[in-house]
Ligand binder design. Structure first.
Ligand code: NDP
Ligand SMILES: N[C@@H](CC=O)C(=O)O
Length: 357
């Protein structure tokens, strides 16, 4: 039997997650062919600066030489090329944090192109936009997957969707959803100054391209919104109450000197928590009617306070799993693990291309 060819368009190709995705794809292409008869090729790759295309397939592991400076109409031409050729399912893999790329999803669906996203922005807009995307992907018979947008590669959104489809009402969600904040707070309880912990998290690839989105819980708000919506809660941004990590209206390119001014305040708060036998934890919670994010000083024996640096833990209570909630846990951030989750989504989308059923 001929292998099933599926093409990928990688957006954010030289970013941290995008580059790790390419390396992983390069390592897995032959295994996918041998094990599941899937011929997954990289048709095109681009970022803000460069563009590469090969109708036969680019070498994902060594893309740098193939990329040339972007011209205005490259992306439009690429979408038209894919839309007018027949027979090769194509998936755009969004490894950016860009609203401009999220704006493209409706057009991609319309042209018969599926989407796998690590980018949270599309699903964290209005509820109407979120439902519109789901509907559009369904109507055009193309996959739309974004498992890594909450909890990185932890299987979380898929199981939540399964609960919903089997009619099991989700009653509440509670958890540590930010890998970056989990890391930063953990390190602070080990004696690391706040600003140094932020730099470490950034260097390890745990933060957003703009680290202030982590520190001001903007990224975490997006995650909670997506998670709540996947649980079936009709949640808008305005339904969320967010307590920030202190006064963090920092608007300069190099945030580190400004963060250093907060080191002493944080040291005092952390030492006081430790003296009480507690630890600071960034907790996100949602019920069908409300959602909130706050910093809590929890007893050190709380499961949320015992997580490894960067780890996430989410408790899901349903009508059938109430006294003993479903618990899902694992690394909540990291470039390699996120790229692995993105590849899982791409492989699964390729193997279950909806319009073929
Ligand atoms: N790190 C993690 O643990 C996790 C990350 N994610 C998500 O993964 C995504 C990527 O993160 P990360 O790799 O760290 O980000 P980076 O900043 O390292 O990379 C972003 C990439 O996107 C490209 N890009 C930005 N805007 C556009 C645009 N308008 N058109 C085309 N390309 C664009 C950039 O290109 P250029 O360099 O040319 O500007 C760059 O290649 C984010 O949405 C993040 O939330 C999700 C889960 C976990
Ligand atoms: N900044 C993020 C990275 C993944 O989305 C986080 O850890 O919450």
């Amino acid at each position: 039997m001929d292998a099933q060819r599926v093409d990928l368009i990688l957006i954010g190709a030289r970013g941290k997650v995008g580059a790790a995705f390419r390396q992983l794809l390069a390592r897995q292409q032959l295994a996918l062919l041998a094990e599941v008869n899937l011929d997954l090729r990289l048709l095109a790759a681009f970022d803000r600066r460069g563009f590469a295309f090969d109708a036969i397939g680019l070498a994902p592991g060594s893309l740098e030489g193939a990329m040339y400076a972007r011209a205005g109409a490259d992306v439009e031409r690429l979408i038209e090329f894919v839309a007018t050729r027949a027979g090769v399912p194509t998936i755009a893999v969004d490894c950016t944090a860009s609203d401009e790329i999220a704006d493209l999803y409706p057009q991609l669906f319309d042209k018969g192109i599926g989407v796998v996203a690590a980018n949270k922005r599309a699903n964290a807009r209005t509820l109407a936009f979120y439902h519109g995307l789901q509907r559009s992907a369904r109507e055009h018979g193309v996959p739309y997957r974004y498992e890594t947008t909450v909890g990185s590669a932890i299987p979380l959104l898929g199981p939540l969707r399964d609960l919903r489809l089997r009619g099991e009402r989700v009653e509440s969600l509670q958890g540590v959803l930010s890998g970056s904040l989990s890391y930063i707070l953990h390190r602070m309880h080990e004696g690391c100054p706040f600003s140094a912990a932020v730099v470490e998290a950034r260097d390890l690839g745990y933060t957003e391209p703009d680290v202030m989105e982590d520190l001001r819980a903007i990224d975490l708000s997006r995650k909670l919104l997506v998670l709540a919506r996947e649980a079936g809660f009709s949640m808008e941004v305005d339904d969320m109450r967010v307590e920030l990590l202190g006064d963090l209206q920092i608007d300069v390119d190099d945030v580190v000197p400004a963060l250093q001014l907060l080191d002493d305040g944080w040291r005092i708060r952390v030492e006081a928590a430790l003296a009480r036998g507690e630890r600071w934890v960034a907790v996100a919670e949602a019920t069908p009617d409300a959602a909130r994010i706050g910093l809590h000083s929890l007893p050190a024996h709380s499961p949320f306070a015992q997580l490894a640096p960067g780890q996430n833990l989410i408790e899901i209570r349903t009508e059938l799993q109430d006294r003993m909630p479903l618990r899902v846990s694992g690394p909540g951030a990291g470039v390699e693990i996120t790229a692995a989750g993105v590849l899982s989504d791409a492989v699964s989308a390729a193997m279950h291309w909806p319009s073929r059923h």
